[in-house]
Ligand binder design. Structure first.
Ligand SMILES: [Mn+2]
Length: 335
């Protein structure tokens, strides 16, 4: 199923809107280690359903990152309960695989309907209703279409959440994935009376000092490879301990590597808390270099211009393998 962002209401919007109106108990999920798009989209759906008088829960294994706690009702996102629960409708948003909802998957006993709303091209279409819009730069933009075309009330609180979602996943409306629809959606959100300056202060100008200390360490390790077309660095458990930064503080660090002139692909390797496990984030600045396919090669996925994967093994070996795959992609793109 695909979106019709213009013209008559798409089947997906119609089908989902009907369920949102007719059913009573809802669970809204997103991926673990949530980013701005995940939290913003999850909260927008939660607020919208609450506005309809529904019983709604929102779960995540990980805490809402500090800089997103100003979002309305962020305190309503809880860890999944110990005992499984029943829901009429389970919705996953911004979640490419069902595994990425984490332990929530084991805490749902019965559900009548299962909806998957996402913009990852790698989405596994794991639900009964799968509304996947790879052209949308943020899940928040799909949620916006749902509200607008489904005839739901766009309150100022919902608009705040959706603005944070779309703004963060588009790099403040700067990535090439940003469309006219993104900017029109933003204009409509601003029309509700949201305070753009205040939202952006929270999201982009409220970093803890410890994050800067982590950034300092990561930049000290920054390296260039393959004729300076690849920039990569590491964040290790030791660097987290020394800086006092949290895991969530890695968000956006890769943008410094990405922003170097001449760099086509940026990589951030992160040592995870489980021993021998690592994560690599990938960013591409060139439309001919698809980092989603590189990430998929390592069991991950994402978008053409932003993707990630988890790997096990020895760090230098992981680094060597990923760099080789990126070089191969650069060669194949004849860059
Ligand atoms: Mn997203």
């Amino acid at each position: 199923m695909n979106s019709a962002t213009k013209g008559p209401m798409s089947d997906a919007i119609q089908q989902i809107s009907e369920l949102l109106r007719s059913q009573n108990t809802f669970l809204v999920l997103t991926h673990y280690r949530p980013d701005g798009d995940a939290v913003g989209s999850q909260l927008a759906l939660l607020l919208m359903l609450k506005g309809l008088g529904k019983t709604v829960e929102a779960w995540n294994d990980d805490e809402v990152p500090t800089k997103f706690r100003f979002l309305p009702c962020s305190e309503l996102i809880t860890r999944p309960p110990a005992e499984p629960k029943d829901f009429d409708v389970v919705i996953a948003i911004d979640t490419s695989t069902w595994q990425r909802v984490g332990s929530a998957a084991q805490r749902i006993r019965n559900r009548k309907h299962f909806i998957n709303i996402d913009h990852h091209v790698s989405n596994e279409k794991f639900a009964e209703i799968n509304w996947i819009v790879p052209e949308a730069p943020a899940a928040g933009q799909i949620a916006f279409d749902l509200m607008k075309q489904g005839g739901f009330k766009l309150t100022r609180d919902i608009a705040t959440c959706l603005f944070a979602a779309i703004s963060t996943d588009t790099g403040s409306f700067s990535y090439s994935s940003t469309t006219a629809e993104s900017l029109r959606a933003a204009a409509d959100l601003v029309d509700t009376g949201i305070n753009v300056g205040e939202i952006c202060r929270h999201v982009y100008e409220s970093y803890p000092y410890a994050r800067l200390m982590l950034l300092q360490k990561a930049l000290a390790q920054l390296q260039l490879a393959d004729q300076k077309r690849i920039a990569y660095t590491w964040v290790t458990t030791e660097m987290f301990e020394e800086s006092g930064a949290k895991r969530e503080d890695t968000e956006g660090l890769i943008d410094y590597a990405r922003a170097i002139e001449g760099v086509v692909v940026a990589l951030l390797f992160e040592e995870l808390t489980e021993p021998g496990k690592f994560r690599v984030s990938l960013r591409s600045k060139h439309p001919k270099v698809d980092v989603n396919s590189i990430a998929r090669h390592f069991g991950g996925g994402g978008h053409r211009e932003a993707a990630g994967a988890r790997l096990s093994g020895e760090p230098r070996e992981i680094e060597r393998k990923v760099l080789a795959a990126v070089s191969e992609a650069l060669a194949a793109a004849r860059l």
